[in-house]
Design a protein around this ligand. Structure first.
Ligand SMILES: [Zn+2]
Length: 258
């Protein structure tokens, strides 16, 4: 059993204040290979008890209560859900609540943690530090093609956020180095995002494309932190579905504390 504490990555440009952000790594949990060790995803094939224990470890390490952590019901689509009091805790493994299919979560509530899980797909955390509106987004290639990040920004604005004030944190995801795609898929992206002609072995830069999407949605380039950590290149730190097939899931968490 792994006894060490989880290792988190905290964005460098997070402004001081009451909003906390953490990107979990694979380190510090209890799951056995190939889910070793801090696997947060129930749908990975891992034992449910291990995943629940990992989620408890995660919450405790961040001084949070697992009951306030709310997990997206991810399906690689572009639905965004506003988390109000009636939905707090959905999908956390303790609550009977399950969200409708959703890859983006938004809340303006205090003491409600939003979580998205990934193992190559891009996790994005968005915050308006003044209006205290937080969002967590799961953007794989399908969600990116559907511009889920821009859709989430639009929903945040509907809640009172201001685009030029929103800060974005792009967490660990498969990098351009490792994301070779079929020519027809690259063509779809090239048409949507003006990426130029298809090369012999086309690679997609999901974090880069999402930066473009966020700037298109009104965010200022200097308010976007792209961590540029490739999940596939770093087996020591991250789960990667493309690299390993059956594997665990890391999490991106945002919470505004009381
Ligand atoms: Zn890579």
């Amino acid at each position: 059993m792994h006894k060490s504490r989880p290792k988190f990555l905290i964005p460098e440009s997070l402004p001081p204040g009451d909003i906390k952000i953490a990107f979990s790594t694979r380190l510090g949990g209890v799951s056995e290979p190939p889910f070793d060790s801090l696997n947060l995803g129930f749908k990975s094939g891992d034992k449910s008890e291990a995943v629940l224990e990992n989620r408890r470890v995660l919450a405790k390490s961040l001084d949070l209560d697992l009951r306030v952590l709310t997990f997206a019901h991810q399906v690689h689509a572009d639905n965004v859900t506003l988390i109000d009091k009636s939905l707090v805790g959905a999908g956390n493994g303790l609550s009977p609540l399950v969200l409708p299919e959703t890859d983006g979560l938004i809340t303006g509530l205090e003491d409600v943690g939003l979580v998205v899980l990934s193992a190559d797909c891009l996790p994005i955390i968005l915050i308006d530090p003044l209006k205290k509106i937080c969002a967590a987004v799961h953007a794989g290639w399908r969600g990116t093609l559907k511009r889920i990040a821009a859709k989430t920004v639009a929903d945040m604005i509907r809640q009172g956020a201001v685009a030029s004030r929103i800060k974005a944190f792009l967490g660990p995801a498969i990098g351009e180095c490792c994301m070779e795609v079929a020519s027809d898929l690259f063509e779809q992206f090239s048409t949507a995002f003006d990426l130029g002609p298809v090369t012999e072995k086309p690679h997609l830069n999901l974090p880069g494309i999402n930066e473009t999407i966020l700037i298109g949605a009104g965010l200022l380039p200097q308010n976007i932190e792209n961590m540029k950590l490739c999940t596939s290149c770093r087996p020591d730190l991250f789960f990667s579905w493309r690299r390993d097939g059956q594997t665990g899931r890391q999490g991106a968490i945002v919470i505004r504390s009381k």
